[in-house]
Design a protein around this ligand. Sequence first.
Ligand SMILES: NC(=O)c1ccc[n+]([C@@H]2O[C@H](COP(=O)([O-])OP(=O)(O)OC[C@H]3O[C@@H](n4cnc5c(N)ncnc54)[C@H](OP(=O)(O)O)[C@@H]3O)[C@@H](O)[C@H]2O)c1
Length: 304
Amino acid sequence: MFKVAVIGGSGLLGRALVGELARQAGWQVVATTFSRPAPHAITLDIRDARAVEQFVEREAPDALVIAAAERRPDVCEHDPALARALNVDAVRTLAAAANRCGAWTLSISTDYVFDGAHPPYRHDAAPSPLNAYGRSKLEGERALLEATDLGCMLRLPLLYGPIVGWAESAVTSLVPAIAASVDGKPAVMDAWAIRYPTFTPDIAFVIRQMLEQHARGDTIRGIMQWSGDEPMTKYDIALRLAEALQLDARLTPQHTPTDATPRPHNCHLASDRLDALGIGRRTSFDTAIRQVLGAFPWRGDTAT
Ligand SMILES: NC(=O)c1ccc[n+]([C@@H]2O[C@H](COP(=O)([O-])OP(=O)(O)OC[C@H]3O[C@@H](n4cnc5c(N)ncnc54)[C@H](OP(=O)(O)O)[C@@H]3O)[C@@H](O)[C@H]2O)c1
């Protein structure tokens, strides 16, 4: 039996990951959640170092994947102590505890460790985060790699996938404004920052392949990166969402940044290290977004 602990199994990525791993014959998945208890999951606050250590010692997994984090840039900007507790200190505690029981730790980082001025970025390009979120995730990368020699960071760009509410992903969070523009004011959409939306079931597949390598005794260490390959601004994304939803939306492109929290222009991540290992899967945006919208149907109701 190959046992994997997924920390943050209730999040956007964590749910896709638990679903993918639970389908593997001979694998056992132990998931943790925090504010959203689930029937087969263990409630764990990763800010509680003792509880984290007890969890890892008791479960003794072969591998531990950290999908829990504070990933909202505005929250990180206003509450740097929370960002540090989740994105740095908890990663260190989890990785050190996993290392003591001989488990491989895979944690998730972000393209926001780069400033977005010189894409594409290889895994060894110099990081230069522009905001508190990116800084905390970069510190988390360093904390993990110091805490264990059995560790890997996987950097990812903008995520989307099956949701439980529109606001869960920066892709689907555009839907309420798109819908409101049909009978109201035009929706202004950022047409400056270039993003590479990446589908969470594809990432779950990539992580499963990385876990299989570890199970075969060929452990991946250090910094890895994975990205979708379709560049889009939020304006482009909104046009494609409106088409998929068959909404006659009125969208206005905004060609200069207006965010309160500074965001990078284009952090395209090179996926060459995983490509070289034959690891990867990319579902096209138009196919994937129709799956997402089909599973969370448009009811003319944007309140959720
Ligand atoms: N979303 C993106 O566009 C994006 C882009 C690049 C990288 N990433 C990275 O990808 C990873 C997954 O992001 P995501 O979008 O899936 O995040 P998410 O949907 O916000 O999920 C966050 C997870 O963290 C858990 N959590 C929060 N506070 C916790 C605490 N104190 N103790 C234990 N667990 C706690 C949540 O549990 P409850 O829900 O049960 O409270 C949830 O399972 C993160 O490392 C993020 O930085 C995300």
